[in-house]
Design a protein around this ligand. Sequence first.
Ligand SMILES: Cc1cc2nc3c(=O)[nH]c(=O)nc-3n(C[C@H](O)[C@H](O)[C@H](O)COP(=O)(O)OP(=O)(O)OC[C@H]3O[C@@H](n4cnc5c(N)ncnc54)[C@H](O)[C@@H]3O)c2cc1C
Length: 391
Amino acid sequence: MIDFELTEEQRALIDVARRFARERIIPTVAECDRESRFPRDVFEEAWDIGLVNPTLPSEYGGQGLSDVDSSLITEELAYACTGIQTSLTANTLALTPIKLGGTEEQKKKYLGWLASEKIFASYATTEPAAGSDVAGLQTRAVKDGDGYVLNGTKCWITNASMASFYTIFATENPDLRHKGIGAFIVHRDAPGLKIGKHEDKMGQRASDTCQVMLEEVRVPPAQVLATPGHGFKLAMETFNQTRPDIGAIAVGLMRRCLDESVAYAKERKTFGVPIAQHQMVQAMIAEMAICIEATSLLVRKAAWNLDKGIRNPIVSSYAKAFGADSAMQSALDAVQIFGGNGYVKDYPVEKLMRDAKVLQIYEGTNQIQRLILSRLLAAKLQSGGRKGATR
Ligand SMILES: Cc1cc2nc3c(=O)[nH]c(=O)nc-3n(C[C@H](O)[C@H](O)[C@H](O)COP(=O)(O)OP(=O)(O)OC[C@H]3O[C@@H](n4cnc5c(N)ncnc54)[C@H](O)[C@@H]3O)c2cc1C
């Protein structure tokens, strides 16, 4: 049975998130973008009304919402500002490896902490010399009694300056590549952990992005999430579960592009008629609408897979890659529809264009998505014949 209908609860959830996005996020956006500042009060209010950590399991004090529910929240927040939304939803990236690989004690402690206090957590694989090539990371994890000592630098870490703890991936020996990688929970106040520079970004400027430096940071055994050799798989499975959300961000951003473009195209006149009557403008608007619908369906399917426990990284990557490329094109077209007005900060679409770009970069660039897809599809075609191979 196929059912695209949302439940009453899901429609209510959308209403709450939409109202919050319009009333609390949109009014702060221009200033936060200009000042490259995340509005902490917005996070605290979003937390109070259940828009933060939605999938945190109920047995650890969370709401235990589904991945489909979570994608609906993300979409509404992203409509208002993908920078603020990225920081509001990034805890999910940090908590997913704990949910997937943590011991019962770790889940109780760290998922419980996120459920009971208004805190941030960050996820850190990327390093100055290892982004796409996760297996090439250099941060060292040296065994020290039952625990480990970490040394290295992580970069591009979302919410790093605000986080209370980090899930950090490090290797016992870089020559072992993926076979040497482990995962560790590190507290913000751990001696030797320092926050580096705040990145002055092109877009999503309201999202906090910093380096994290680790100098002789001791990790006690209770905070070892995956011993060396088991961390790479955990990092990849985390991405499989979080990539559909990038598609949801894309949907929110594209819906904003469409709304702004239609409103402007009905107002702005050239050659004696509103530009909405020119076929080439109409084509750009129609294309945005097609991409919104197609990405929504991919996100819905990818999130539904996760909710049903169906492992399908192919569809997760489709949702991320198609959504991000579509969002970039929609934002470019929105600027085009606004003409010169699209090129200045007085109108909202230039920010949409700056914000859209990073969707093609973070959580695995869109080139890496195609690399993953080509490998997965080749393996699937080889082993299982053609039926259903691309889905
Ligand atoms: C705003 C922002 C927030 C982020 N948040 C986080 C976070 O919270 N935690 C975290 O760990 N990381 C985070 N990242 C890092 C992000 O995941 C990486 O930037 C991304 O994976 C790309 O890595 P890189 O920047 O090192 O680019 P590189 O790996 O150096 O790639 C450069 C270019 O080469 C291409 N390329 C590389 N290898 C191949 C290949 N084999 N085939 C084809 N093309 C290839 C890439 O697609 C890209 O176009 C964030 C990044 C940004 C910009």
